[in-house]
Design a protein around this ligand. Structure first.
Ligand SMILES: NC(=O)c1ccc[n+]([C@@H]2O[C@H](COP(=O)([O-])OP(=O)(O)OC[C@H]3O[C@@H](n4cnc5c(N)ncnc54)[C@H](O)[C@@H]3O)[C@@H](O)[C@H]2O)c1
Length: 432
C-alpha cells in the first residue's frame, strides 16, 4: 500500500474507520487503487520496452538503436565465450577485443589467436558501413577460433557478465565510431561509442577483480590544426578539427582519470591512417579504388595556395605489431575491487609510418595497380573535419615498443588491391 493512504484527507475520515462497513469500503477502494496503479506501472513498462523504434529520438544512431536487441547468456553461450578466451600458449594472455568485427579489430584478433592467446571479440555490428563486410570478417574470425559476441560496449550488464565468465588479463579496446566527416551527420553516435561507451567499459574494468590492463585506440586526429611536424606525443592536442578528434581527445583525458583514481593500466595508441586488406570502405584509398573501377570521378583535395594534402599511411600489419607490443609491455593494473592500490602505468604512443605521401601519389599508385586511369576532380579541402597533412614521429614507440614499420605504400596498396579484387569480384559482391 502506498504511504499516501495513511494521510487523512479530512479529520472525519479518520474517525469513520471504526465502522466495519466503512472499513470494508476503504479496503475495497484501496484494492481498486492498488490495481489501478499496478496497471499503470505495468503499462509504462510495456510502453518502454515495446514502443516503436520510430518514436525514438535516437533512431538515426545505428549503434544506439541496436543496444537492447542482442541475445546473450545461457550455458552454451558461456561455453563458447570460455573456449574462445582460453589461453593456449605458455605465458599467453586472455584478451577482450572490442570492435573485433572492425578493420583493425579483425587483424589484431587473428594475430593474437595465432600466437596462442585467448581472444574474445565484442562488436555491435552497426551499419555505419556495409554490414556484410563485418559479417565476412566475423566468419574469418570464427574460422580462426575467435567468437565475436554481438553487443554494445554501453551494455554494462553484458560487460560484467563477460568478466564474470573470463578473468581477462587485457582489453584491446578498438570499438568506436570512426570517420571525421560522418560526425557532422550523426554527432550523437560519436558521443555514444567514443565517450559513453569508453566510460561504461572503464567502469566495468575498474571493478573487475583482477583489473585488466587496457590498450585502446586514440587517433592522430588529436593533433588537429597543429602545423609543427612531425607530430610528437609531447605536442599540444587542444585544437581538434572534428567532433571525432574531440571525442578521442576526451578519451585520453578519461583514461587519465581512471588511471589516477582506480589504478587502471592504460595505453592509448594514436593510429595514423591505417589501410590494408579487409579495410574500411569509408576511407579514401578504399572508395577511390571502388570509384576508379566504376569510372566515377574521385575528389582530390588541395589546401590553400594549391598546398598538398598528405597522409602518413600506415599498413595494417605494422599497426598490428604495434598493438601486440603495447599489450605485451603493458604493466598490470594496480587496483582491486574498484580501489587503487598504487600508481599504474599510463602511456600514449604514435603508431604511424613516418613518411607522409601526397594523396595524388596514392591515386597514381592505384591507377597502376588497377590498370585504369582515374578521373581526378581537384577540389579545395572543405572545412568538415579533415586536416591538410599528418606525419608521425614514432621515436617513442620505437624505443618503448620496438615498433618499426616495414611496409611502404606501394607494397601495402598492392596487397590491398589484390584482396579487394578477390573479395568483390570472386564473391560477386559490389562495394556499396
Ligand atoms: N583505421 C584508421 O585509420 C584509424 C585511425 C585512427 C584511429 N582509429 C581507431 O581505431 C579503432 C578501430 O578502427 P577501425 O578502422 O577498425 O574502425 P571500424 O569501424 O572498422 O571498427 C570499429 C568497430 O567497432 C564497432 N563498434 C562501434 N561502436 C560500438 C559500440 N558502441 N559497441 C560495440 N561495438 C562498436 C563497429 O561495429 C566496428 O566493427 C577505432 O577506435 C578508430 O577510431 C582508426
Amino acid at each position: 500500500m502506498s504511504h499516501l493512504d495513511n494521510i487523512p484527507s479530512t479529520p472525519g475520515k479518520f474517525k469513520m474507520e471504526k465502522s466495519p462497513y466503512i472499513h470494508r469500503l476503504r479496503w475495497h477502494s484501496s484494492l481498486t487503487k492498488l490495481t489501478f496503479w499496478s496497471l499503470v506501472f505495468l503499462g509504462s513498462i510495456l510502453i518502454f520496452f515495446f514502443r516503436s523504434p520510430s518514436s525514438s529520438p535516437l533512431q538515426s544512431d545505428p549503434s544506439r538503436r541496436s543496444l537492447s536487441t542482442y541475445d546473450w547468456g545461457g550455458p552454451a553461450w558461456e561455453k563458447r565465450v570460455r573456449s574462445s578466451a582460453r589461453v593456449r600458449s605458455r605465458n599467453g594472455i586472455s584478451v577482450l577485443v572490442t570492435g573485433a568485427a572492425g578493420f583493425v579489430g579483425t587483424h589484431v584478433s587473428v594475430a593474437l589467436k595465432r600466437r596462442g592467446d585467448g581472444v574474445l571479440g565484442l562488436d555491435n555490428f552497426n551499419n555505419y558501413y556495409e554490414q556484410s563486410l563485418k559479417r565476412a570478417r566475423q566468419a574469418l574470425l570464427e574460422r580462426t577460433g575467435v567468437f565475436v559476441v554481438e553487443g554494445d560496449i554501453n551494455d554494462s550488464a553484458l560487460l560484467k557478465k563477460l568478466f564474470e565468465v573470463v578473468p581477462f588479463t587485457h582489453v584491446m579496446h578498438l570499438a568506436a565510431q570512426a570517420g571525421v566527416r560522418y560526425a557532422m551527420e550523426n554527432p550523437s553516435s560519436y558521443v555514444h561509442s567514443n565517450i559513453a561507451g569508453l566510460v561504461s567499459l572503464l567502469e566495468v574494468c575498474k571493478s573487475a577483480n583482477p583489473q585488466p590492463a587496457i590498450v585502446w585506440a586514440s587517433s592522430s586526429s588529436v593533433y588537429g590544426l597543429n602545423t609543427k611536424v612531425p607530430f610528437s606525443e609531447k605536442d599540444r592536442t587542444d585544437q581538434p578539427a572534428s567532433l571525432y578528434a574531440a571525442t578521442k581527445k576526451a578519451g585520453e583525458e578519461i583514461a587519465h582519470t581512471y588511471n589516477h583514481i582506480y589504478g587502471l593500466s592504460l595505453t592509448g595508441l594514436r593510429f595514423f591512417t591505417v589501410y590494408g586488406p579487409w579495410g574500411r570502405p569509408d576511407m579514401a584509398y578504399f572508395f577511390f579504388t571502388r570509384d576508379i573501377l566504376k569510372g566515377k570521378s574521385i575528389p582530390i583535395f588541395e589546401g590553400a595556395d594549391h598546398g598538398t594534402v598528405a597522409r602518413d599511411f600506415t599498413y595494417i600489419d605494422d599497426i598490428v605489431k604495434g598493438c601486440l607490443a603495447a599489450l605485451d609491455t603493458a604493466e598490470k593494473s594496480t587496483g582491486s575491487g574498484g580501489k587503487k592500490k598504487g600508481p599504474a602505468q599510463l602511456r600514449v604512443f604514435n603508431l604511424g609510418n613516418t613518411s607522409p605521401v601526397p594523396v595524388s601519389d596514392l591515386v597514381s599508385i592505384l591507377e597502376k595497380l588497377l590498370k585504369v586511369k582515374a578521373k581526378r576532380n581537384i577540389m579545395r579541402l572543405p572545412r568538415n573535419g579533415d586536416v591538410q597533412f599528418t606525419h608521425a614521429n614514432i621515436s617513442l614507440a620505437q624505443r618503448e615498443l620496438g615498433y618499426k614499420p616495414t611496409t611502404d605504400l606501394q607494397m601495402g596498396l598492392k596487397k590491398f588491391v589484390r584482396w579487394y579484387l578477390n573479395y568483390y569480384s570472386l564473391g560477386k559482391k559490389t562495394a556499396a
